[in-house]
Design a protein around this ligand. Structure first.
Ligand SMILES: C[S@@+](CC[C@H](N)C(=O)[O-])C[C@H]1O[C@@H](n2cnc3c(N)ncnc32)[C@H](O)[C@@H]1O
Length: 390
């Protein structure tokens, strides 16, 4: 993170600005850590000001960071100029931005894209954990009329596949780095023709981390079209048996099982297992029922304000845990008697979100972005409201 360090700092009055950077207000925690709300051409973020034993560290805040990184660097530079700082360290004049994906960012979509901008005109096929991407790229080139969504959490694999899809002129793949176990909740019912889960990590010692679960199958069946399929391919006999057993809890589907069946393309992992002469199992689940539409796509908001000083009195660092969700109230920052900031982590255990809650101008809102409308977030949001509106 870009940062500057100085021995002396006397804060000037806010709001103030330097060139196109606006420094609006400061929130201060009980430990004296400060968050400076900063804006630049419609983008908002915090700078963190930390007083250490012998000096001050001023840096970009990770949770609200904006892209490109030069915005944070320039904001720190403006801050330094406004305060006439004598810097003892600075990394803000560092090299030009290293953004290897810059040209290709259009293909990598964040989860919010799938809640509002996503186009459902074409049939969708989803590949979960595409790894080296051989299967995804092959399917996309064979089926240009299909919109592919590739889900992968391993950044180098994502970059490699984006590069390959560009080289092959494939314009029917979009990629998300969101955890597949939660991602499915963002997609409309009855819109997907095929879901591929090829060689998922077996997680024999931590089964709760497996992609295949009752919740994942429920969501898959909801978003599959009539006769749409969920294809699991694995070299792990244990994973195969576990998945088969999990499927027994469902009805309204047809199931086909295959052993050592060759596909037109062999993935990197598949090649490895074949060399070791391992068996390869397929379970193909065909959906035979239309599902109801998703209940809501509304974002989670607050419809009434609260007295911030009352919230501050009640605040303590604590965690509320539910069966599949949690809320961690981490820290609180006071701006003035009526406004402030709470730092939170919340949502699904396997895909938690980090947010600030801004209490400002008689409104409460999540920052730097709204909460995704997924079930566990609804539950966390409910707990936050219970805490705020006692
Ligand atoms: C064993 S590799 C298989 C890759 C590829 N399907 C193949 O056959 O070569 C499993 C992949 O799933 C990805 N993965 C694991 N958990 C995931 C999750 N919850 N959501 C999305 N991808 C995940 C991993 O990063 C890894 O690339």
């Amino acid at each position: 993170m870009p940062n500057i360090q100085t021995k002396r700092l006397e804060l000037i009055e806010f709001p103030t600005s330097y060139q196109e950077y606006n420094y609006e207000y400061i929130g201060t925690s009980s430990r004296g850590e400060k968050l400076l709300f900063t804006t630049h051409k419609g983008k908002s973020f915090f700078l963190q000001i930390i007083q250490r034993e012998a000096d001050f560290l001023i840096k970009g805040d990770k949770l609200s960071r904006v892209s490109p990184v030069s915005i944070t660097q320039n904001a720190l530079d403006g801050f330094s100029k406004l305060h006439n700082l004598e810097l003892t360290f600075s990394n803000i004049q560092s090299k030009p931005e290293n953004n290897r994906l810059k040209d290709d960012l259009g293909v990598l979509k964040n989860a919010y894209h799938f809640t509002k901008d996503f186009n459902y005109d074409k049939e969708i096929w989803i590949e979960v954990g595409f790894g080296s991407g051989r299967h995804l790229l092959h399917q996309a080139s064979e089926n240009p009329h299909i919109q592919f969504i590739g889900l992968e959490i391993h950044r180098p694999s994502i970059e490699q596949v984006i590069k390959q899809s560009k080289l092959q002129n494939l314009d029917n793949i979009i990629i998300s780095d969101f955890d597949a176990r939660v991602f499915m909740q963002l997609i409309n019912s009855n819109s997907v023709g095929k879901i591929f889960v090829h060689f998922p990590v077996p997680w024999d010692k931590k089964p709760h981390r497996r992609v295949i679960s009752k919740a994942f199958i429920t969501e898959s069946l909801r978003l599959l079209k009539m006769d749409g399929t969920l294809e699991l391919r694995t070299d792990s006999e244990k994973y195969f048996a576990y998945s088969f057993e999990t499927l027994q809890e469902f009805d309204k589907y047809d199931i086909q099982i295959r052993k050592n069946h060759d596909l037109p393309v062999s993935s990197k992992y598949e090649d490895r297992w074949k060399k070791q002469e391992k068996n390869i199992y397929d379970i193909i689940l065909t959906n035979q029922e239309l599902s109801a539409d998703k209940t809501t796509t509304d974002f989670l908001t607050f419809d009434k304000n609260v007295n911030f000083s009352g919230v501050k009195k009640r605040f303590s660092n604590h965690i509320i845990r539910g069966d599949d969700f949690f809320v961690h109230f981490e820290d609180i920052y006071e701006i003035d008697a009526n406004s402030g900031i709470i730092k939170l982590s919340l949502g699904a255990y396997e895909k938690c979100e980090h947010k600030y809650l801004l209490f400002k101008d008689n409104k409460i809102q999540y920052f730097p972005s709204v909460l995704l409308p997924i079930e566990q977030n609804f539950k966390s949001h409910q707990k936050i409201k219970e805490f705020l509106y006692v």
